[in-house]
Design a protein around this ligand. Sequence first.
Ligand SMILES: [Zn+2]
Ligand SMILES: [Zn+2]
Length: 186
Amino acid sequence: MHPHDVRVDHLPPEGATFDVRLDAAAATALLRERGLSEPLEARELSARIRVIPGGDDVFVLGELQGAVVGPCSRCLETCEQPLGGEFHLTFVHGNVPGEGGEMELHREDMDLELLQGDSIDLDAVVAEQLFLQLPTRAVCSEECRGLCPVCGGNRNDMPCACGDSTPDPRFAALAALRGSGAVSDD
Ligand SMILES: [Zn+2]
Ligand SMILES: [Zn+2]
């Protein structure tokens, strides 16, 4: 049996805690397997996951720690984006009978997953969280000034003079009008 397959019918009533680790190569391979278009690489991921039986359901609470490395969306410099977030999942059996009020309360604030057989694959849980927690837009720093649209220089490294010589688009429009003779210049 897979080491991170947790048999839910063997859990003690108070639940059990598992540490799942995914090395950088395995985590990066996951990103590639899913066809992620961004050139991201993952650092080592780890998660401490508590699995608690709750009647017909199984609650999975955890926290993912790790990081991905990729280009900043503004300056393109490689930067590390920390991941880290708690997650709360509820695994339910395929044939869920009528839902009681108490259960609905849980289901409102927890993501539902379908229990496949009698076990939960914690590696799959960590893989899913890796994708859910990926930054939508990586930035090296909130203050990143990005690349100059004129000379392409990294404005974090060196201020360039383009800012001064770039014509204000409003003046450019005015100049175009003048060129066409629409505005007289006397
Ligand atoms: Zn940047
Ligand atoms: Zn410039």
